[in-house]
Design a protein around this ligand. Structure first.
Ligand code: ADP
Ligand code: MG
Ligand code: MG
Length: 249
């Protein structure tokens, strides 16, 4: 589904990713943990093609195609979804319009007609309910004045509507209270399927009690330095990251 080989990238002339390898098969959930500044958000940004992130080496295959060769919009249309650590506000554009335009772009790419407004409204309302957001959030500007938790729920709703193949969730749990965490986790779990994969970036083991990963990786110094099963997250929670530095050294 997604094969990352020896990926290297820099931001503002600073090398951040330094030979990152990761192989994600359909249906798998991979958690990425690691110290602050390790390059976790950079990985998500590089994969989604965000401006300012320069790839200096390595390759990424996505569903058999060269991901790095695609424009950001094309990556999204092909089924790559990134839920941002800090979702952006787009004042003046209603959430509903934004969601419909995104969904219609994906549908067009798949050779499907745009959805009619009434059906889309019905669908969007269902998804609002699924993430416990009031329907008023569809009328408001995209993320405009949303609380941290509401932004994260909105991201999950967007994911549900877009039905991507690979979902990258960057610290979707940060700043959430337990109830919101449960809603977000339920949303993700409801979307798990044999042909959809997830990369879940988190600082806390807690999220992984709700979203149980197949693999846990530690990203440090721009590389995956250790991989294991879900028990690795517990070990990290208990021992921190310093023992890994020692092991790597
Ligand atoms: P993480 O998500 O693991 O905490 P990031 O990927 O956000 O780490 O950051 C990795 C490093 O890259 C940090 O040292 C950070 O300051 C730097 N970095 C990330 N984005 C930028 C940027 N736009 N400009 C300058 N430095 C950046
Ligand atoms: Mg961070
Ligand atoms: Mg980050």
């Amino acid at each position: 589904m997604l094969t990352i080989k020896d990926l290297q990238a820099k931001v503002e002339d600073k090398d951040i990713l330094k030979g990152l390898n990761l192989d994600i098969k359909p249906g798998e959930v991979h958690a990425i943990m690691g110290p602050n500044g390790a390059g976790k958000s950079t990985l998500g940004n590089v994969l989604s093609g965000r401006e300012g992130y320069e790839v200096t080496g390595g390759s990424v295959q996505f569903l058999g195609k060269d991901l790095l060769d695609m424009e950001p919009e094309e990556r999204a249309r092909e089924g790559l979804f990134l839920a941002f650590q800090y979702p952006v506000e787009i004042p003046g554009v209603s959430n509903l319009e934004f969601l419909k335009a995104s969904v219609d772009a994906v549908r067009e790419h798949r050779g499907q007609e745009p959805m009619d407004s009434v059906s889309f409204m019905k669908l969007a309302r269902e998804k609002c309910k699924a993430v416990n957001l009031d329907q008023n959030f569809l009328k408001r500007g995209v993320n405009e004045g949303f609380s941290g938790g509401e932004k994260k729920r909105n991201e999950i709703m967007q994911m549900m509507l877009l039905e991507p193949s690979v979902c990258i969730l960057d610290e979707t749990d940060s700043g959430l209270d337990i109830d919101a965490l449960q809603v977000v986790a339920d949303g993700v779990n409801s979307q798990r399927s044999p042909d959809r994969s997830f990369i879940v970036v988190t600082h806390y083991q807690r999220l992984l009690d709700y979203i149980v990963p197949d693999y846990v990786h530690v990203l440090a110094g721009g590389k995956i330095v250790k991989s294991g099963g879900k028990e690795l997250a517990l070990e990290l929670e208990e021992k921190g990251y310093s023992w890994i530095d020692e092991e790597v050294a």
